[in-house]
Design a protein around this ligand. Structure first.
Ligand code: MSP
Length: 635
């Protein structure tokens, strides 16, 4: 049994997770689940990185302590990982004592190796990177190459780590273990960085209070990256009273795999191995750097406001379709782009159609032909057996290379073959011409069996949905090993429930309209189009009172309101569900655009529009300063 240790980066707590963060965690989870099925002894770690100036500043902005901020954000991380079915074995926080103990022990070893010294440090500093840059590394106007913000000149007394001493050992490590940094293009990049010469690294700060005190150097705090990287062993008990997990998964483990985004590769493939070399500890066996998630081909950024958060997608589709999308779309080593259209196309095409329809089709046919159950006769001689064996072989080899998109492609090829097999044999005709005989039984059983193999192989990718598929085709328990991918496991003659759509099809146009960004802000003054007073009076604004309010199913934003306009009652759908609870709205007076053409929003007809001020996208409802009769005109 192989001991398999897999980690995600630990996430900063000055932000909530977006699809980039979720991607790494979902990759780790898929891999951990797959390796457990493969029979490995798996340990999967994730956590949060809670020290540093950025967190301190973010907390100060909100007038809370850094730990209060961290506690709040960590709770959200736990919620997210629960929603996404993430099966981590531990969650480490750098503010925990067990972590500080690990950091102290690592530093003791670096010191013992003679690799720490104190010296004056001056240079250009980027605070979001928490890193000093040389002038050459900055842009021409002295901005950080990563964040594009001006670097600050800093001068302070620091503890230094003799990184330069590890230049040759690192090169040897990279050359002797060609697979240790993945993909190859990234390994070459790291190698070139080391080969051009390494400067010693400053590993303490005197200007930062929110961090771990540097042992033996009063007034110094441990540099955040030395602090953060140590999580990978502190969480296992390194430096603590019980190092048994450390011995099992790090020093005695077979695979020590760090999954990281390309932006933090240097920390994991240069600094971290150098610290470990100095401390005399084993190095990671693989550092796997993935590409960047973009939105509509553009970098996601909070200031542009195009960051893709998972909340709406999950509320509408559940977590598994997003897991699937992320793993299917990103080709290892390259960047990938999220778009609403790309997402809905994958959902409708791959999930609702290819997977969902194939399953419900064979289930319906089997139920109809065989008294509401699976067919009585299995089959061990048909073309799908070879197709399945090939798909499973491709899937397994892709999984061992962490090529998730290829693993999924292989499974989808099997679904296509199963469909073609069914179309060629026309069981829907056969049931009428020959009745539910052995031939029909074998054909439908083969269809179910292909679905079973696909669903079993999908368990690591979409744990909840794959389980639903297995139940739908009569498999009572989830498989516990990859042996389930061999042909022959579908039970005969067991009852099948009436199929429920696992991935209900979504109307693409309606969906895209419902997620369309809010109208662009008003044009700047010079180019502004002025309207006449008559044009303004074409809009009929009236006061109304909310009499009923309920959420529109499957929408986080939309609330369906019944309003009393004095002379008539209307239904109006308002996109205010993120800012208001329906109960808060009852009895309120609001302003309605009363002569708007009706429009359907998620299947509900809206006969007007409620006016709200938009404060950074958050709606604030307008109402008359004091109560007036319903129907009163606003002008
Ligand atoms: N705290 C450090 C990691 C310390 S590990 C010892 C950190 N945190 S982070 O929250 O900023 O980022 C965590 C991970 O998310 C990184 O691997 C980063 O590459 C990844 N992503 C952040 N934005 C991303 C995308 N837009 N796309 C893909 N991944 C990206 O860095």
């Amino acid at each position: 049994m192989s001991r398999f240790y897999v980690t995600t980066p630990i996430y900063y707590v000055n932000d909530l997770p977006h699809i980039g963060h979720i991607y790494t965690t979902v990759v780790a989870d898929t891999l951990a689940r797959y390796r457990r099925l493969a029979g490995d002894d798996v340990f999967f770690l994730t956590g949060t990185d809670e020290h540093g100036q950025n967190i301190e500043r973010a907390a100060a902005r909100e007038s809370v302590s850094p730990l209060q901020l961290a506690d709040r954000v960590v709770a959200r991380y736990h919620d997210h990982w629960r929603t996404f079915g993430v099966s981590h074995d531990d969650f480490v926080r750098t503010t925990e004592e067990r972590h500080a103990a690990g950091v102290r022990e690592l530093i003791r070893r670096l010191d013992e190796a003679g690799d720490l010294y104190t010296a004056k440090h001056e240079g250009w500093y980027c605070s979001p990177c928490e890193l000093f840059y040389t002038e050459k590394e900055l842009t021409a106007d002295k901005k950080c190459p990563v964040h594009g913000i001006p670097a600050e000149w800093k001068s302070e007394e620091n503890v230094f780590f003799r990184l330069s001493k590890y230049e040759q050992p690192l090169l040897r490590w990279i050359d002797e273990n060609p697979a240790v940094i993945q993909p190859d293009s990234r390994r070459n990049e790291v190698r070139a960085f080391v080969a051009q010469g390494l400067r010693d690294l400053s590993v303490s700060r005197t200007t930062l209070s929110w961090g771990i005190p540097f042992p033996g150097r009063p007034g110094h705090t441990v540099y955040v990256w030395l602090d953060a990287l140590t999580n990978y062993i502190s969480a296992l008990g390194f430096g603590g009273a019980d190092p048994s997990r450390y011995e099992r998964y790090w020093s005695g483990g077979d695979t020590r795999l760090h999954l990281v985004g390309k932006d933090i590769l240097r920390f994991h493939a240069v600094y971290w191995p150098a610290f470990l070399m100095s401390a005399g500890l084993p190095l990671p066996t693989t550092v796997w750097a993935h590409g960047w998630w973009l939105r509509d081909q553009k970098k996601m950024s909070k200031s542009v406001g195009n960051v893709v958060r998972p909340d709406d997608l999950v509320a509408r589709f559940g977590a598994d379709p997003l897991r699937y999308f992320l793993l299917r779309e990103m080709v290892f080593g390259q960047d990938a782009s999220y778009s609403d259209e790309g997402f809905i196309d994958r959902y409708n095409g791959d999930l609702a159609n290819d997977l969902g329809n194939t399953v419900s089709r064979v289930v319906t046919l089997s139920r109809g032909a065989f008294a509401g159950g699976t067919p009585p006769t299995p089959c061990d001689d048909n073309p799908l057996i070879a197709a399945a064996a090939q798909a499973v072989a491709e899937y397994r080899s892709a999984m061992s290379e962490l090529a998730f998109h290829r693993a999924l492609e292989a499974l989808w090829r099997l679904l296509t073959e199963a469909n073609q097999y069914l179309v060629a044999r026309e069981p829907w005709k056969l049931v009428k011409t020959e009745g539910p005989g052995e031939k029909l039984s074998r054909i439908l059983w083969n269809g179910l069996e292909a679905c079973r193999i696909v669903a079993s192989a999908l368990l690591p990718f979409m744990p909840q949905a794959a389980e639903k598929v297995l139940r739908a085709i009569g498999v009572a328990e989830n498989p516990r090993s990859l042996e389930a991918l061999a042909w022959g496991g579908t039970p005969t003659g067991v009852p099948l429930a009436e199929p429920q759509p696992i991935f209900p099809r979504i109307d693409k146009q309606q969906y895209l309209a419902s997620v369309a960004p809010a109208a662009a802000p008003a044009a700047p003054k010079e180019g502004r189009k002025l309207i006449t007073i008559d044009q303004f009076f074409e809009t009929e604004l009236r006061v109304a009172t909310v009499t009923t309010a309920e959420r529109v199913p499957k929408s986080e934003k939309l609330i369906k309101l019944g309003v009393d306009l004095g002379s008539e009652q209307r239904t109006v759908v308002a996109g205010i569900g993120k800012a208001y609870e329906p109960e808060q709205l009852l009895g309120r007076q609001v302003i309605i655009v009363a002569n708007l053409q009706p429009a359907k929003l998620m299947g509900v007809e809206s006969q007007g529009m409620v006016l709200a001020a938009s404060e950074e996208g958050k709606p604030v409802l307008l109402h008359p300063g004091s109560a007036v009769p319903n129907g009163t005109q606003v002008r």
